[in-house]
Structures are given as C-alpha cells and as structure tokens.
Design a protein around this ligand. Sequence first.
Ligand code: ADP
Ligand code: MG
Length: 379
Amino acid sequence: MRTTPRGNNFSNSAGNADTLAPPRNPFDTAKPVDGNLVPSQLNGSYTFDNYIEGDCNRLARSAGLAVANKPGTTSFNPLMVYGGVGLGKTHLVQAIGNHIKATAPERFVLYVSAEKFTNQFIDSVQRAQVQDFANFYLQVDALILDDVQFLANKGKTQEMFFHIFNHLHQSGKQIVMTSDRPPKDLQGLEDRLLNRFKWGLTADVQSPDFETRVAIIRNKMEQDGIDIPPDHVVDYLANSVHTNVRELEGVIASLVAQSSLSRRDIDLEMVKQALRHIIEEVEAEVNLDFIQKTVAAYFNISVELLKDKTRKKEVVTARQVAMYFAKHHTAHTLKTIGFHFGGRDHTTVMHSVQTVSDLVDSDKKFRDQVDELRKKFAK
Ligand code: ADP
Ligand code: MG
C-alpha cells in the first residue's frame, strides 16, 4: 500500500482538503489515479543489454547498473550522468528505470524530462493544484529527471524539485539525473541544488571511440535483423561518423532501409551514398575524395596509387601532398586521413604533413606547385 505524504509546506499550496485522496496524475490531469497505476513513462527498448560499453561510458554504465540493482541504497544517490548530445544519457537512465521495473515491479519508477516536469509544475500552479503535483512526485521510488539543465533560471520549479529531491533522498528513494554539461557549468541553477548533486556520483559519457562505434553498428544491425556487412564496410562507416551515436544510428537506419528496399546487401558504395545524404561530415568526406582525385590528376597518377604501398618517389610526393591538403582542408583526424590513404598510421600522416610544410618553406618550385593546387581547394 502506498501512502500519500502529508504535511508538506509548499508555500503556494492550494490547500489540502483532500490529502487522503490520491493526488492527480500530472501526466494526465483529467484523471486522478493511484500512483501504482501511473505508467513509468519509460521506453522499454532502452536496456543495458543493448547499451554498448566502451571507455567512453564505462563508469557511468557501471554506476547505473549498481543503482539499478540497488536503488536508493548505494552511495550513488543521486546519480548524475552528464555529456554532450546524442551520447547515450537518456538511453542509460532509461535502462536503469527498465531494470528496476523488471527486477522490482512493486517500485514506482518514474521517468520525466525536466522540460515536462517544468510544464506540469506551471500547469499545476495555474490550476491551483501545486499540492497535488508535489504529492504525486513524493510517491515515486525512483525518480529519473532527464536534461536537468532545462531547470536553469526557473526558480520556482527548482524550488519544487529541491523539496521533492530532499524528501525522496531522505526516504531512501533513488534519484537519477542527466545534464548536458558538468554540474559546475550549470549556470542558472541554485547552489543549494547543485550542492545536493554532489552528494552522490557524477559520471560523464564521452564520444565513443572507434572500437565502440564498430560494436554499436554491429549491435544495431543485428537488432534490425540484417546481415552484418564485411569488416571494411563497417570500419569505413565507423570511421566516417564520429560526432555522436544518434547520427550514427541515423546513417544505419537509412542503410537498413536502403538495403531492404533494393534487396541488396550493404556495401561500401551504399555506405558512401548514405553518408552523402545524411551528415555534415559528408562535406569533408566529399572533400577528401576530391582532394585525392585532384592531386592524383595533377601528378598524373591514379587515385589507387595514392592509397597503394608504392614507394616510388613521384607517388610518395603526390601522396604526401594529398595528405597535407586533407589535413588542412577537411575536419578529419590524422587517424581518419590515414585510413583513407590505404590504412596508413596517423604518424605517417603527421610525418607527410610536416615533410610538405618543410618543402614548401625550402623549395621554391615545390611551393609553386603546392600553391597552384591550393587554389583548387580554397573555399
Ligand atoms: P542523449 O540523451 O545523450 O542525447 P540518447 O540516449 O538519446 O543520447 O542516445 C542517442 C541514440 O544513440 C539512442 O538511440 C541510443 O539508443 C543510442 N546510443 C547511445 N549510446 C549508445 C550505446 N553506448 N550503445 C548503444 N546505443 C547507444
Ligand atoms: Mg537525452
């Protein structure tokens, strides 16, 4: 049996003549319902099973798992996960909620974005139902508040959250939050709230490294029930999208659609095509191709030779010049550039760029050649 907390002293309470009745459900204000019947607002497809672990998220993931297994009783309370957009914060905290629900169905888990929380609160003020709003949230056993940065400069909502936070924390209930930046950079949030965040654990999620991106691609394709393309195709994809997981998923979704529509297996050509349509880096992608073609044509060799192992002097020079322009005219990392030049190491690329720079300084004829080429790449 769940009891309705009483005796709160929220200043703008609308009176509590009916505190014994279940508070209104702010997710559906039309119906006053028992907290037990309120859905958790979780998306069941976000689980730990399909949350790929990597250096980028190891601490956050294992803390999340600990919290999911023992909500409210670990020292990770609150658990605050922060990191850039599309890096898996929402997935992770939803996985925590889903895990608790699966292993302890009697617990009332609630996922809510800070934005929705704010809107519900404002709504409750307008309807003079602030007490109901508070009472509803005080019933929660595990509260997951997503994108807490949204509370910045919303004093009254923060005040409400502060009270809810304190009450839940004191009663041994779990609180999980996400933020798009570390707490110390959360301007517009009250210090007393930020101080509470330090009571538990703060863990970040970073951009996934190459190996993690490969694992995410494989996992996603497997889930979508399609054949995993050969390694070099997966590697190419993993190398081309390093912004965030959401964009990577966008490309994968389009590939899966493309593959099933055309009844073709995913190959390199298809990946290149998909990249062209979807992400900004495509520009860099096109540039890299363009640079290779232009430089090869200038030195009268084929693009294949640029990527080849040949150590012939003309080829080596052309290759180094192409790498030099790739470094200066695209956003690609040395590692990625090396990959596109026949899988060379990033140190080789660095060396090439340096060699060309040195030659430009010391050799007038060479400098003229490079300058002539440069005009073709100038934006
Ligand atoms: P955020 O909340 O940080 O902006 P999301 O949690 O919404 O990011 O993640 C964006 C997408 O990427 C989601 O579809 C999520 O499932 C997926 N994703 C992110 N990280 C991982 C991961 N480590 N393993 C599998 N999928 C991931
Ligand atoms: Mg999110």
